[in-house]
Write a protein that binds this ligand. Structure first.
Ligand SMILES: [Zn+2]
Length: 490
């Protein structure tokens, strides 16, 4: 017998590096995710959703604290004075669960705050530069990992032995908990069967108000999907050597190779097959959700950022602020509501997600939060779009950096059809007309000087806000903690 086990629930399902252009519902030619496509038909699809950071640390900091990454003390590690929405949920007696395996979102980076249950990637991988700040437990696990990974044994086995891959795929599907062991060797991949298994077991606890955050790393590089998903899009599976070539040579150094049509296609098939693998488990998860929550359950499905897949000669998602990374898929489904797929064109952003969750639980949104609830939009009510959307991260030489000392500011400001980019590293500015030039090739900064000036004003005001919120204000905040809640206006 089906019975309600909770009075209200929210699932935040985030998929690392999901490029929306690889989903049929956003216009792709392959049906990579049939279960997802089916599940969302009674919900809302946002066709203009943007992340506030092009990679994991900057994006999640804005999702969790609803304040732009550079403001109020930076984002990685996320300062402990940045109030996260799970902290607020917990204060309001909602049971909170977080499951993922992304090292950037672990306890070390302060993402555990507010969670009753938090299974993270921290114990699997901590960057060398942070090893000095680690505790004893973290140091031991880091050392073990270093020794075990000494010769990249697991990676070598993955790429060179066809049979090894088959066994690994079989094990993680049949025995999801094996992922706990596999994560030690491949810290940022293959967690879909594990996460779905865990969610199902936690739901048996039968709490009355629940928030679940599940973050899936299955699309993240290295791209190594099971054979059965590859052959849905290609006649034969790749030979281990072909996979190694695409993952090591092409992924790491795309500019060194002539990207033929065949290489481009194979590279994209590897990625698509990963979506297809994940989709199988999303299908299981959706069934579990439907079984447990016939109504009063909100499911938000999104990505922290996209993925560059050789379209502009680049790969991955580091140190760039291209729209391939900034535009994200976003779906919101509420169980028990019978409607057809609603297309929402309003421009929305990562900052809005936490506000939507708090609003659904009828919790007041703190003044420090810069986002807005999307509930009015899915209900067809009025919603005021922001005048512009800011996305930002630190980078150096195209590589992810975590703060002002390590890297330079890379800022994108989007307003109407235009996108302004400021790169602090070489003090360069770009202006693109996204509508007529979606590839962001033609720099119009000199062609539209007055428009460029308007964007410059927004950027300068933002830089002032960063300075104020990080230096003087942080000192004042220390002295008078209540000021922490004062809204920093843009
Ligand atoms: Zn990510």
């Amino acid at each position: 017998m089906v019975h309600e086990i909770a009075s209200k629930a929210v699932f935040l399902i985030t998929i690392d590096a999901l490029n929306l252009n690889h989903l049929k519902v956003y216009g792709y030619n392959r049906n990579t995710a049939p279960n997802l496509e089916k599940f969302i038909t009674q919900g809302s699809i946002f066709i203009n959703a943007f992340t506030n950071g092009p990679e994991t640390p900057s994006s999640f900091s804005s999702i969790f604290s609803s304040i732009l990454p550079f403001l109020n003390g930076g984002y990685s590690p996320m300062p402990s004075h940045k109030l996260t929405f799970p902290q607020i949920l917990k204060e309001n007696n909602i049971s909170t669960y977080g499951i993922h395996s992304n090292p950037n979102l672990g306890e070390f980076f302060h993402y555990d705050r507010g969670f009753d249950v938090f299974l993270d990637g921290e114990r699997y991988k901590i960057g060398k530069s942070h090893s000095n700040n680690m505790g004893f437990k973290q140091n031991v696990s880091f050392t073990i990992r270093k020794i075990v990974n000494f010769r990249n044994l697991f990676k070598s086995l993955i790429y060179r032995l066809y049979g090894f891959n088959k066994i690994k795929d079989f094990l993680r599907k049949k025995f999801p908990l094996i992922t706990e062991l596999l994560l030690l060797f491949t810290p940022i991949a293959y967690n879909a069967p594990y996460i779905v298994n865990k969610i199902e077991s936690y739901l048996r606890e039968g709490k009355s108000k629940i928030f679940f955050w599940a973050h899936f790393m299955d699309l993240h590089s290295p791209y190594n999907p099971p054979s059965e998903n590859i052959i849905k899009f290609r006649q034969h599976d790749f030979a281990p050597r072909e996979k190694e070539f695409l993952n090591k040579n092409i992924y790491s150094n795309p500019s060194k190779y002539r990207i033929t049509k065949e290489i481009f296609n194979d590279f994209n098939i590897l990625y698509d097959a990963q979506i297809n693998f994940l989709d199988e488990y999303l299908g299981h998860l959706f069934k579990i959700i439907k079984r447990n929550f016939r109504n009063n359950c909100l499911i938000i499905i999104t990505a922290d950022h996209g993925e560059a897949l050789l379209k502009h000669g680049s790969t991955g998602h580091q140190g760039s602020i291209h729209d391939d990374l900034l535009k994200i898929p976003l779906f919101i489904i509420e169980t028990g509501k019978k409607s057809s797929l609603k297309k929402i064109e309003a421009v929305v952003e990562g900052l809005d997600i936490s506000c939507t969750i708090l609003n659904y639980f009828d919790i007041e949104i703190p003044e420090t939060y810069q986002g807005r609830s999307l509930i009015p939009l899915i209900n067809g009510d009025k919603f005021k779009e922001k005048n512009f959307i800011i996305s930002e991260c630190y980078q150096k030489n195209g590589l992810l950096k975590r703060n002002n000392n390590e890297g330079y500011k890379l800022i994108s400001i989007k307003k109407d059809n235009f996108k302004f980019v400021f790169n602090e590293e070489n003090d360069t500015e770009f202006l693109f007309d996204i509508k007529s030039d979606p590839q962001e090739i033609k720099n119009l900064i000199k062609i539209y000087p007055s428009k460029a000036n308007k964007f410059r004003e927004i950027k300068n005001q933002h830089l002032i806000n960063i300075l104020e919120s990080t230096s003087e204000k942080s000192k004042i905040i220390k002295a008078i903690p209540a000021l922490n809640l004062k809204k920093i206006k843009l």
